[in-house]
Design a protein around this ligand. Sequence first.
Ligand code: GLC
Ligand code: CA
Length: 530
Amino acid sequence: MHNELWYKDAVFYQISVRAFKDSNGDGHGDLRGLTEKLDYIQNLGVDCIWIMPIYPSPLRDDGYDIADYYNVSDEYGKLDDLKGLIAAAHERGIRIIMDLVLNHTSDRHPWFRASRSDKNSPYRSYYVWSDTDKKYEGVRIIFGDIEKSNWAWDDKTQQYYWHRFFSSQPDLNFDNPAVQAEMLNVVRFWLTLGIDGFRVDAPTYLFEREGTNCESLPETHTYLKRIRYLIDNEFPEAIMLAESNQWPQELSQYFSSGDEFHMAFHFPLMPRIFLSLAENNAAPITEILKDTPSIPENCQWAIFLRNHDELSLEMVTDEERKLMWHKFAPEPQMIHNLGIRRRLAPILNNDRCKIELVNSLLFTLPGSPIIYYGDEIGMGDNLNLPDRNGVRTPMQWNSSPNAGFTKGEPFTELIQGQYGFQHVNTEAQLANPDSLYRAIRRMVHIRKEHHVFGRGSIHFIETNDTGILAYVREHGGEKIFMIHNLGNSIKSFTQPGEHQSEYINLLNNETQDMQSMKLNPYSYHWMKKK
Ligand code: GLC
Ligand code: CA
């Protein structure tokens, strides 16, 4: 598996371990359950799994509130089970990255317990304390549905502590060299155990400075580079993936000159994939990509359609957000913070053509794609569950009781109705050549045969119809043309300057003349010269 740039060609798969597969009947998915399902993941064509937090945690934020950085929560198994998972995955050529939450701990973490126990505790300065809640005024509140301030009052020691997320997630004080050292140890611990890298949670907020928005500060970048330096020296094939919800210019700073993050989620692109579809207009996608700075050779964008959070709408204009809410969140309970707490299939009204179309964009736009577990079979969501839990329901394996997820009582109710496991499950879709799963799998496998998708340049092709999104990806002499019809009418496409050439559609092996192509509604075509 030796290949330092492996992440540039990789297809990623994001998993909630709790929701994936239960091995011991306690109703909670676990590491052994996930290990049992590696064949499924391999068959889909996944190169790297991202597992969401599995650390001991009071679960006030589904594990993004960590109480112990050096262990696995009992529900998921033991450290040995994680080692078993890593070994079994590596045997199949699959890597595993995990969440690394640097910015904050749980309020139950021993550091915070000590910190809040006494103003003179040596751990006091592990967190950000203040006599006044007027410090850092104007800094945005991310979990605005629940939190009204970034400061929380501590009765016992009569000061406020700083938190960018829930008040049960106090921010660590990165000005303290001891905190900086602790987190380097955490990084080293998991990489030594065999983990292949980290999805770094909320790296944007490590430092605070008066008079700024306390985001992406130079001090924060300097510290993140220290982590990278450690990785490069000790674990050269491990990666860091940034979860920073910012505009392209600011986002690209996380790559720095190739010595900070290997990868970063392209947050501004994601909603524009939906916008382009909603408006039958390629411009939202082409414009944001034209505004995206080029990045160093050893860096890569992570592109995604959905994840475990709400579909976040921070990186659009107010007008675009209104349009997105109107089209994709018609009921008020679908909106969460600024975003939309729904899964991919329901957002697109379970329209198979649209679901395939956006997946075609996911697999062919510049970057490495991340599939959210269950979206490859078109799973639904449960709006009755609070917060973002409705998109974290058990994976639907088959039509046996509890979807084949557990032999016990599942930790949460299963999806009912048209998206229920009786209708939507992996077993049925694997068996059916016309299923969504099979369409996604086909795209993944074709993608894997051509470096052009992970490494190639992109050039947009002008067309006479703003509802056609056409581009050519090119790398090392190979050229592949991608043509998408974003609307519901039949359109025709002419490839300028490519007269009389015969092309092969990689998706169905049919020969086509690109001089005049008929594009069915929402159709997508991956064309290569014969
Ligand atoms: C990230 C995670 C989200 C979590 C938050 C706080 O945004 O994706 O799920 O709640 O960080 O850790
Ligand atoms: Ca279990």
